[in-house]
Design a protein around this ligand. Structure first.
Ligand code: ADP
Ligand code: MG
Length: 458
């Protein structure tokens, strides 16, 4: 009899994964996974708790499976076992009561759409004033695909729920349809890669057939299509085919369509044809409600004052809020301690300060840029057009767009009441220099560092 041993593939996969995710993520998740055993086409990994198991599955299962497949040439199923801590006399958490026992090999539920994250559903989406328009439009579309608003486009800054809502529409339509509808979710990046591969393999029709025959097309992060002419041409035809046959399309983008660069006008006008809705950062009540909801769905107990602490300190976006919570829970599970307010404060100090850094004010940016170029703050934000001021001002505008969520219109008004086209021009100019002039990047990086230092002081 053969004995199966995939440990070597696991070890090598870990080495590769180490280079593809951030150090912090790696330490938090992969340092807590160890090899347990192998059987035919299956590897069992051991993790410290059900919480870890759930999180790792959600975040990394496809990365792990794909890396292992690449290395071994085999599709190896990855399953988990929870290694019980001997000294631990912890009462069973409600998660375990929900039936996720240790050592149970989790089976794939066939009904679920393979490309959609299970937890990105409408049920798990908390509605607040920042997102109610987008969420309600998304619901309307799910009830009436291809009819209400086509295409539907959700835009807004990072971590505000664009991908979540996009996939929620996918779930709703997929789950509702009896004869399963052809629901395709793809990131703009993968869409592009697939297209390029199909050309390289001389099989463009495979790509065309796939995308022109879907019932629902969800494309995430379409700003990625900027500067990609050939791709836009293809997308244009896909769009027209689907639109003509009344198939729903939903897109997300990190900015309003009008601010996309190097996207053809005809493509822009198609993106703007249906309904475009913005997602804004949540206010305190919504942040708190999101945390409450998350804690409940994870089946963990954390007191409200700790959730309040997180909701007060992290204002930037939902992703940061969630990662603070997850960090806290992971810590508590590992050291097997109850989370107190003191522990929360201690554990989250880094998160709180970096999150504050992302809320840099325009005022700090203007002061730091002026200081760096030895100009007066007043001149920088004023209307003088001399060369000595013009360039630093462009730098400041560029950095503002990079570090804050302000729109070009808002930035313009904070720089001497300028028009948003002036701001866009400034940003393009700096982007151009970043490409052509190698001394530019260190300058920008230095200024950004000064700004972040200043912002984290208070
Ligand atoms: P984006 O695509 O805009 O960068 P995501 O959709 O990836 O943001 O959201 C980041 C995280 O925040 C996800 O885990 C998502 O589930 C969560 N999230 C965002 N908005 C909400 C919300 N209103 N209710 C619950 N979770 C949310
Ligand atoms: Mg996203």
């Amino acid at each position: 009899m053969e004995s199966w041993d995939y440990e070597i593939f696991w070890k090598e996969s870990v080495n590769q994964i180490r280079n593809s995710i951030s150090k912090e993520e790696f330490t938090m998740w992969f340092n807590n996974i160890s090899y347990s055993s192998s059987s035919e086409n299956t590897i069992v990994l051991s993790v410290p708790s059900n919480f870890f198991m759930d999180q790792i599955k959600q975040r990394y299962i496809s990365l792990i499976t794909e890396t292992m497949e690449e290395l071994s040439g085999n599709r190896i199923a990855v399953t988990f076992t929870v290694k019980k801590n001997d000294t631990e006399k912890k009462e069973k958490s409600s998660r375990e009561k929900k039936g996720q026992q240790a050592n149970v090999i989790e089976k794939q539920i066939p009904e679920k759409h393979p490309d959609l994250r299970e937890d990105y559903s409408f049920e798990n989406f908390v509605i607040g004033e920042n997102n109610s328009f987008a969420a309600n439009a998304a619901l309307a579309i799910s009830n009436n695909p291809g009819k209400a608003y086509n295409p539907f486009l959700i835009y807004g800054g990072v971590g505000l729920g664009k991908t979540h809502l996009l996939q929620a529409i996918g779930h709703a339509i997929y789950d509702k349809s009896e004869a399963k509808k052809k629901v395709v979710f793809v990131t703009a990046e993968n869409f592009t890669n697939e297209f390029v591969n199909s050309l390289q393999k001389n099989k463009p029709h495979v790509f065309k057939n796939k995308y022109r025959s879907v019932d629902l097309l969800l494309i995430d992060d379409i700003h990625f299509f900027q500067n990609k002419e050939g791709l836009q041409e293809e997308l244009f035809h896909t769009f027209n085919a689907l639109y003509g046959s009344k198939k729903q399309m939903v897109f997300t983008c990190d900015r309003p369509v009008s601010e996309l660069r190097n996207i053809t006008d005809r493509m822009k006008s198609r993106f703007e044809m249906g309904l475009n809705v913005e997602l804004n950062p949540p206010n305190f009540e919504t942040r708190f409600a999101i945390l409450k909801n998350k804690v409940e769905s994870l089946g963990i107990k954390i007191s409200d004052d700790i959730l309040e602490l997180i909701a007060q300190n992290i204002t930037s976006n939902v992703r940061d809020i969630e990662s603070a919570l997850i960090k806290l829970v992971a810590y508590a599970e590992l050291v097997n301690r109850k989370i107190t307010k003191e522990i929360a404060q201690q554990q989250l100090i880094d998160v709180f300060t970096t999150s504050r850094q992302s809320n840099v004010s325009i005022d700090i940016i203007q002061k730091k840029v002026a200081e760096y170029f030895n100009l007066s703050h007043i001149d920088l934000r004023g209307r003088k057009r001399t060369k000595a001021v013009a360039f630093p001002r462009q730098v400041a505008m560029y950095i503002t767009r990079e570090l804050t969520e302000y729109s070009t219109t808002e930035i313009g008004s904070d720089f001497g009441g300028r028009d948003h086209t002036t701001v866009m021009h400034a940003i393009q100019k700096i982007e151009g220099s970043l490409k052509s002039d190698p001394t530019m990047e260190p300058v920008i990086n230095n200024i950004v560092r000064l700004i972040k230092e200043q912002s984290s002081k208070g």
